[in-house]
Design a protein around this ligand. Structure first.
Ligand SMILES: Cc1cc2nc3c(=O)[nH]c(=O)nc-3n(C[C@H](O)[C@H](O)[C@H](O)COP(=O)(O)O)c2cc1C
Length: 193
């Protein structure tokens, strides 16, 4: 095999896909696996090494407490049926592990958008790391990610927000692939006008 020939990593990347949270179950990663996921998560391009992100691990009871805190914020803002409050409270119990990726841009000559892109890379590295260990994962967002009161309830600073919640668990479901972009429609070989 030459160096440029497809290999196991190429094959893995060509097939990797997200699994819907509703198809996740116990068990989640063990402590060693979690450490691996977090290490890979933070091994991302980061212009000028600012580390403009941080990760909050939600496991065990913390998932319930996190959900309850956010449900209280939401119930304060709008009328909610009991069932809606209960769904909100239990939201993070849907998978054994959730990693909240906090975008935490700093004042710097590196543009904020570059720092936020680095937080996005953290999210996708979690997807890749989880799949490489045989776990299902999905990157989701939601109302709480950009809501100032929710951010406060989670303990975020004013300038911080949630780039993504990465749900991780086991699954019995190997999802069929979804439609992928037509490369001809999204790729061009630039030529001088
Ligand atoms: C920033 C961001 C937020 C997303 N939020 C949601 C979401 O809230 N709910 C959802 O079903 N999918 C959401 N997705 C899409 C899924 O994470 C994922 O892209 C999709 O299931 C297919 O992923 P795959 O290419 O890894 O298979 C989001 C994706 C991104 C990049």
């Amino acid at each position: 095999m030459t160096e440029s020939a497809p290999n196991q990593v190429t094959d893995f990347m060509l097939k990797r896909r997200s699994v819907l949270i509703k198809n996740m179950r116990e068990p989640g990663p063990n402590a060693d696996e979690l450490a691996t996921i977090l290490t890979i998560a933070t091994r991302v391009p980061d212009h000028r090494k600012l580390e403009p992100w941080r990760l909050m691990v939600l496991q065990g009871e913390a998932r319930q407490q996190f959900g309850e805190a956010l449900a209280a914020v939401k119930a304060n803002k709008e009328d909610m049926e009991d069932i809606q409050i209960s769904i909100e409270k239990d939201c993070f119990l849907r998978a054994p592990l959730v990693i909240a990726v906090v975008a935490s841009p700093v004042e710097h000559r590196t543009p904020e958008v570059e720092q936020i892109l680095s937080a996005g890379a953290v999210c996708q590295n979690i997807n890749i790391a989880a799949a490489s260990l045989g776990y299902a994962s999905q990157w989701v967002t939601g109302w709480s990610c950009l809501d100032p009161e929710a951010q406060k309830a989670m303990g975020l600073a004013d300038h911080e927000f949630i780039a993504g919640y990465l749900y991780i668990g086991s699954t019995d479901e190997q999802p069929a692939d979804r439609q992928r972009p037509d490369l001809a429609a999204v790729v061009s070989h630039w030529e001088a006008p």
